[in-house]
Design a protein around this ligand. Structure first.
Ligand SMILES: Cc1cc2nc3c(=O)[nH]c(=O)nc-3n(C[C@H](O)[C@H](O)[C@H](O)COP(=O)(O)OP(=O)(O)OC[C@H]3O[C@@H](n4cnc5c(N)ncnc54)[C@H](O)[C@@H]3O)c2cc1C
Ligand SMILES: *[C@@H]1O[C@H](CO)[C@@H](O)[C@H](O)[C@H]1NC(C)=O
Ligand SMILES: *[C@@H]1O[C@H](CO)[C@@H](O)[C@H](O)[C@H]1NC(C)=O
Ligand SMILES: CC(=O)N[C@H]1CO[C@H](CO)[C@@H](O)[C@@H]1O
Length: 739
C-alpha cells in the first residue's frame, strides 16, 4: 500500500525542540483536546459507534463514505479509508505537539493568556452556561453536543462567540492538516513534485566565531542585515563594486537537498515565528520568510514589474526616481539576473482555468513572468523551498554572486541594534551589534548550540534589509524615534475562493502562480482594486479554508483535494496598519483592520473569481465568508452561463453578507511600507536614497521602504529599489582594490 517509489527523497529536517514549560494546565488541555476531537472526531458506523466520543454515521452513510474514499485515494485501500475516518485529532502525537509548539513558542504571551482564560471559563458551570448554554462544561459533553455548540457559535449574534468558533476551528484544522498521518494518503499527493531533479546549490561558507566572554569584534565596509530579496541584491552590487560586504541573517541555511521541506516542519523552520503572526484583532495572518534567503526562499516566483499608475503615484509624492529611466533599468537588471520571462510557462490546470474563465468573461488577463532562469519550472511545492534550484531566489542568484565577489556571510545572527557615533548633532552609523548562535555539535540547529556570543560588526555603512516586519523594530531598538517607523503597513490582504471540478486537477502539479486577472485592479479610479491569482495548492495552506460544519463532512470534503482549485482576491490596500514590538518579549506584533473600501474590492474579486469557475465548469464553489454556503451547480441551468438564477442569487448573498468582522479571516504574504521612503522627514522614514532620515550611513533596503502598496507582488519592485539604493551607496564609498 506504499506510494510508488519516488526518485528523490529530501533529507528530513527536524522540528525545533519543544519548550520545557507546558503552556497549559491539565484541565485546560482536557478542554482544548475535547474541542479538538469535536472538530476532528472518529467517525464510526451506527452499529458500533460510541456516541459519547465518536461521530455516528448511519450504516449506509458510512459504507458509502468508505467506498468513496477508497476510490479517491488512488490506492483502493479500505484500510486507509477506515483509518482516516477513525482518526481523532488528539490521538495523533504530532497534533498534540503542534498545539504545544503553537502555544508554547509562537503565540505571544497575552494571546496565550486569553486562550487559557477562555479554557478556564469553559470549565466552570457559570462560564459554561454563558458561553455554551449548558452547565456541564464542554470538556465533559458527549461529542454531538460539542459539535452543536461549535456550530451554534458560528452563527451566534455575539461577535465574541463567532470569533471563538473561528479561532478554535482554524487552529485545529490547521494543526490537523499538518500532522495527520492518513490525510496525504487519502488525497494521493506525493512527497515531492513528480520528476523533480535535485539541484546543486551554492556551497556556502559561513563565518564562525570562537567562545568568549567579551563581544567578538569584526570589521567590514558594509554590514547588511537580512539575506532576503533586498539584502541579496545589495550584497551583490556592493561586493562587485569592490567593497567588503558582510551579510548577517537570523535564520539558518538549509541546503537544497532538504527541499521541499515537509509541510509541518517547513512552517516552523522556514517562516518567521512559525508562520504564526496574527493581527491584534486576530482576523489576519501574515506569512514572512525567516531563513537564509528570506521571503525569496519560500515565495512563488511571480515576477511582475511595478505598474505605471503606482510609479506615477509615488513620483507625485516627490520621488521622481519612480518615473525615471533609471528605475526601469533597475527593474530590468534584477529581472535579467533571475532569467525572468514568460517564455517557458506551462500553465497547470488551476492557472488554465483562471485564464480560460477570464477569456470567456472578457476580463483582462495575462501570464505572470517567472524568475526561473529561463527554464520551465513545474514545481508546486516552492513554499517549502525549491529542491531543484530552478527558482532564482537570492540563495541561488544574488548571494552566490556576492560570494564570488568576496562577500562574507553569517547565519544565526540576530541583529539587536545599530551602533552610532554623533558628529555635529547627526547620528552616524558605525556598525551593528547582535547575538550569534552557532549550530549544535551535529551541524543541526535544534540542539544546544556550541557557541552563543555577542558580536559587534564595525562598518562604514549599515543596510537594514530585515523585511517589513523586522526592519522597523530594529530601528526602534537602535533608539530612533521618527514617528513613522512601523506605521504605513500595507499588506495586500487576500481572501480565498475555492472550486471543486468534476475532473481531476491534481492542483499540486505544475508551477504555482503563472497567471493574473487585472480586470478589477482599479475599482476606485485611484489605483485601488484587486488582482486575481492562483494560490499555492499545498494541503496545509488550502484545506484549512474549507468550511467546517461537522468533522465527518469536513473529512469527506477535504478528501476531494485532487479535484480542487484555489485562488486569491488580493487588494492593493488603501488602508494601513502598524508594526510594533511585543511589550513582553519584543517579538513582532501588528495591528491592521481591513478598511471598508478594501473589503468592497476584495468582495468584487471574490464574485469575479466565482464567475471564472462557473464558466469553466465547477461543480461546487466556496468562499471563506462566514454564513455563505458553498454553491452547488444545477446541471440543468448550465446553458444560461452566469445568468443562472441560482448562481446569481448566491452572488447576491455574497454581496449582502460582505466580509463580516470579527469572523472573516484574511491572509497576507506581501507586507510593505513600514519604513516608507519620502521626500521629507515629516512624511516617512528614509530619504529618496534609502538613507534613514536624521542619520548618516544607515540605510533601509527592503519592501518596507515602499511609499504605499505596490499593487503587484512586491519582490521585483523591492529588488529594483534595493538595486538603486545599493548602487548609490557604492558610489559614495571608496573602493578597495580586490586581492
Ligand atoms: C509564501 C510567500 C510567497 C510569496 N510569493 C511571492 C511571489 O510570488 N512574488 C512576489 O513578488 N513576492 C512574493 N512574496 C513576497 C516576497 O517574498 C517578499 O515581498 C520579499 O521577500 C520581501 O523581501 P524583503 O527583502 O523585504 O524581506 P525578506 O525577504 O523577508 O528578508 C528579511 C530577512 O531578514 C531576516 N531578519 C529579520 N530580522 C533580523 C534581525 N534582527 N537580524 C538578522 N536578520 C534578520 C529574516 O529572517 C529574513 O530572512 C511571497 C512571500 C511569501 C511569504
Ligand atoms: C522569490 O524571491 C527571490 C528574491 O528574493 C526571487 O529571486 C525569486 O525569484 C522569488 N521566487 C519566487 C518563486 O517568487
Ligand atoms: C461539504 O459537505 C457538505 C455535506 O456533504 C456539503 O453540504 C458542503 O457544501 C460541502 N462543502 C464544500 C466546500 O463542498
Ligand atoms: C493534472 C494535470 O493536468 N497536471 C498538469 C499541470 O501542469 C503541468 C505543467 O505545468 C503538467 O505537467 C501537469 O501534467
Amino acid at each position: 500500500m506504499d506510494l510508488p517509489a519516488r526518485p528523490v527523497s529530501p533529507k528530513a529536517a527536524p522540528f525545533p525542540p519543544l519548550p520545557s514549560e507546558d503552556p497549559f494546565t491539565e484541565t485546560q488541555w482536557k478542554t482544548l483536546l475535547a474541542i479538538a476531537d469535536a472538530v476532528i472526531p472518529a467517525v464510526k458506523p451506527m452499529a458500533i459507534a460510541n456516541a459519547e466520543t465518536e461521530h455516528t454515521a448511519k450504516g449506509s452513510e458510512y459504507s458509502t463514505a468508505i467506498t468513496t474514499l477508497e476510490r479517491r485515494s488512488d490506492m483502493s485501500s479500505e484500510a486507509i479509508a477506515r483509518a482516516y475516518l477513525d482518526e481523532t485529532a488528539s490521538s495523533i502525537p504530532a497534533f498534540r505537539e503542534g498545539l504545544y509548539r503553537t502555544f508554547g513558542i509562537y503565540m505571544p504571551l497575552d494571546t496565550k493568556k486569553q486562550f487559557a482564560m477562555i479554557l478556564n471559563i469553559l470549565d466552570t458551570r457559570a462560564g459554561s452556561l454563558l458561553l455554551t448554554g449548558y452547565v456541564t462544561p464542554i470538556g465533559s459533553q458527549p461529542l454531538h453536543v460539542r459539535e452543536s455548540i461549535l456550530r451554534g457559535w458560528s452563527t451566534a449574534r455575539l461577535p465574541v462567540l463567532r470569533s471563538l468558533y473561528q479561532s478554535f476551528t482554524m487552529l485545529i484544522k490547521q494543526t490537523w492538516v499538518r500532522s495527520s498521518p492518513t490525510l496525504r494518503k487519502v488525497i494521493g499527493i506525493p512527497r515531492v513534485p513528480l520528476n523533480m531533479v535535485p539541484g546543486k546549490g551554492h556551497d556556502y561558507a559561513f563565518l564562525q566565531f570562537p567562545h568568549g566572554e567579551e563581544p567578538e569584534i569584526v570589521e567590514t565596509d558594509v554590514a547588511i542585515i537580512g539575506s532576503g530579496c533586498g539584502g541579496g541584491v545589495c550584497a551583490k552590487n556592493l561586493a562587485e563594486a569592490g567593497h567588503r560586504v558582510m551579510v548577517v541573517e537570523s535564520g539558518y541555511h538549509w541546503t537544497p537537498d532538504h527541499f521541499p521541506m515537509e509541510e509541518a516542519v517547513g512552517w516552523s523552520q522556514l517562516f518567521m515565528n512559525g508562520a504564526c503572526i496574527s493581527s491584534d484583532d486576530s482576523t489576519m495572518t501574515i506569512l514572512a520568510g525567516g531563513t537564509w534567503g528570506g521571503g525569496g526562499t519560500v515565495n512563488w516566483s511571480a515576477s511582475l514589474q511595478t505598474q505605471g499608475y503606482v510609479r506615477r503615484e509615488w513620483a507625485a509624492e516627490g520621488l521622481p526616481f519612480f518615473t525615471s529611466a533609471e528605475f526601469q533599468t533597475c527593474l530590468d537588471r534584477v529581472c535579467d539576473r533571475m532569467g525572468v520571462s514568460t517564455d517557458h510557462i506551462k500553465h497547470n490546470v488551476t492557472n488554465q482555468k483562471l485564464l480560460e474563465g477570464a477569456r470567456r468573461l472578457g476580463y483582462t488577463h495575462k501570464a505572470v513572468p517567472q524568475n526561473t532562469g529561463g527554464k520551465q519550472h513545474s514545481c508546486g511545492f516552492c513554499s517549502f523551498g525549491c529542491g531543484s534550484c530552478e527558482k532564482q531566489g537570492p540563495v541561488v542568484s544574488f548571494l552566490p554572486d556576492a560570494a564570488r565577489a568576496g562577500a562574507t556571510f553569517v547565519e544565526g545572527f540576530r541583529a539587536e541594534k545599530v551602533l552610532f557615533k554623533t558628529e555635529g548633532g547627526v547620528k552616524v552609523a558605525t556598525g551593528v551589534q547582535g547575538v550569534w548562535t552557532s549550530r549544535d555539535g551535529t551541524g543541526s540547529v535544534i540542539g544546544e548550540p556550541l557557541v552563543r556570543r555577542k558580536v559587534i560588526i564595525k562598518a562604514k555603512r549599515v543596510i537594514v534589509s530585515a523585511g517589513t516586519m523586522q526592519s522597523p523594530l530594529l530601528l526602534l531598538r537602535s533608539g530612533l524615534r521618527n514617528h513613522h517607523i512601523g506605521r504605513n503597513l500595507h499588506i495586500h490582504p487576500v481572501s480565498i475562493v475555492g472550486a471543486i471540478h468534476p475532473e481531476e486537477v491534481k492542483p499540486w502539479e505544475g508551477s504555482i502562480l503563472t497567471s493574473v486577472v487585472n480586470e478589477y485592479e482599479n475599482i476606485d479610479g485611484k489605483g485601488h482594486g484587486v488582482k486575481l491569482e492562483a494560490i499555492n495548492m499545498v494541503p496545509s495552506l488550502f484545506l484549512i479554508w474549507l468550511p467546517w460544519k461537522n468533522g465527518f463532512d469536513y473529512k469527506l470534503n477535504v478528501s476531494r483535494f485532487k479535484n480542487m482549485v484555489g485562488y486569491i482576491s488580493m487588494a492593493r490596500d488603501h488602508g494601513s496598519g502598524t508594526v510594533y514590538p511585543d511589550p513582553v518579549d519584543g517579538r513582532v506584533r501588528f495591528s491592521y483592520t481591513v478598511s471598508k473600501l478594501d473589503k468592497q474590492h476584495i468582495l468584487e474579486g471574490i464574485v469575479a473569481l466565482a464567475k471564472t469557475q462557473y464558466v469553466t465548469g465547477a461543480a461546487e464553489i466556496f468562499t471563506v465568508i462566514p454564513g455563505v454556503e458553498p454553491f452547488v451547480r444545477n446541471p440543468e441551468a448550465a446553458h444560461e452561463g452566469i445568468n443562472d438564477a441560482q448562481f446569481q442569487a448566491w452572488l447576491d448573498k455574497i454581496r449582502a453578507v460582505g466580509l463580516p468582522s470579527p469572523d472573516t479571516m484574511l491572509g497576507s504574504a506581501h507586507q510593505m511600507g513600514t519604513c516608507r521612503m519620502s521626500s521629507s522627514p515629516k512624511t516617512g522614514v528614509v530619504d529618496p536614497q534609502g538613507q534613514v532620515w536624521g542619520t548618516k550611513g544607515l540605510y533601509v533596503a527592503d519592501a518596507s521602504v515602499f511609499p504605499s502598496a505596490s499593487g503587484v507582488n512586491p519582490m521585483i519592485t523591492n529588488m529594483a529599489i534595493s538595486d538603486w539604493i545599493s548602487r548609490n551607496i557604492a558610489k559614495g564609498l571608496e573602493a578597495h582594490p580586490r586581492l
